[in-house]
Write a protein that binds this ligand. Sequence first.
Ligand code: AMP
Ligand code: MG
Length: 336
Amino acid sequence: MHRFSLVIIAICLVLVLSLGTLSITACTRTAYQDSFWAMNTYMDLTVYGNKKVLAECIKLAADLDRKLSVTDPASAVYALNKQGTPVDDKDVLALAQAAVRLSETTDGAFDVTIYPVSSLWGFTKGDYHVPTEAQLAEALAKVDYRKIDLSNGRLALPQGNQIDFGGIAKGYLGDVLKRYLVAQGVKSALLNLGGNVVAVGSRPDGKPYRVAIKDPLGEGYVCILSVQDVNVVTSGLYERYFLQDGVKYGHIIDPFTGYPVNNGLLSVTVVGEVGTDCDAYSTALFVMGANKACQVAKALGLQVVMVTHDTLYVSATLADGIQYQGQYASYKVVTL
Ligand code: AMP
Ligand code: MG
């Protein structure tokens, strides 16, 4: 072949190859976004390079919500709580197994059998009120994760004991969605599941995602974390609470007293690979209070950002890339 023709073919090949790469890059960088309501919260998903997966993600969230809801008479957990009907659904079993394991590692600060108490305060239906001591004692006697029976491939409870997956369900949903997206070949996605953020991979340009931790006292942010391929899960008093006689009662309950936690912590964020675990730990550390939570976070190797009125407790592994915002830039920082 003529040398000139060879050069032309070579140039064409380079052009075709680079155009191909360009269109692949452009395609994987296209952001597809959708938002919806599930598990009593607003969820927002951004997936890069694949629009089709969004609908399935929303369906997965709705399906899980339908199984776990404590207020929907059609849910498996509702039937378990109301009639003691054992559940053999695989998601419910996986959640219950994880819940028991995480109750053990947190010495019961996380206790998924909290439902008799959380419903007594009105946190499950929104009919908030302060119960009497007698009511509380009666409800508290029914809280004990060790009563959960997982034998014979199903979840069962003694009569009177009831389940509330509210402290762990969004974390589990994050794990389910991430597994599905990765199986579909998605390399980049940012899932905001109402206080639980899942960063799938890194940003399409290869840089880490910037995930902000909400200011528990106002509209702004405590700090911004640079993260990739992790969950950033926050428990906060500001999420759900009611006021009575000037006292603020939040939705996270101390399973040892039956009272909403009021120990000076304003928010607890846990960063880690398994959303289910991060979610249970954020709730449990919140129950423990700053001092015990610092010890436990260190002992278990958890990555945390914990906020009180004047101090931020931050794991050394997160401290490097963190950017404090507003008033929080002048807070005392204790590095764990
Ligand atoms: P989170 O926002 O993940 O901290 O979860 C708070 C929710 O978990 C509450 O709304 C209750 O449904 C449930 N919950 C409250 N206290 C506890 C507790 N000590 N252990 C387990 N779940 C709890
Ligand atoms: Mg939680």
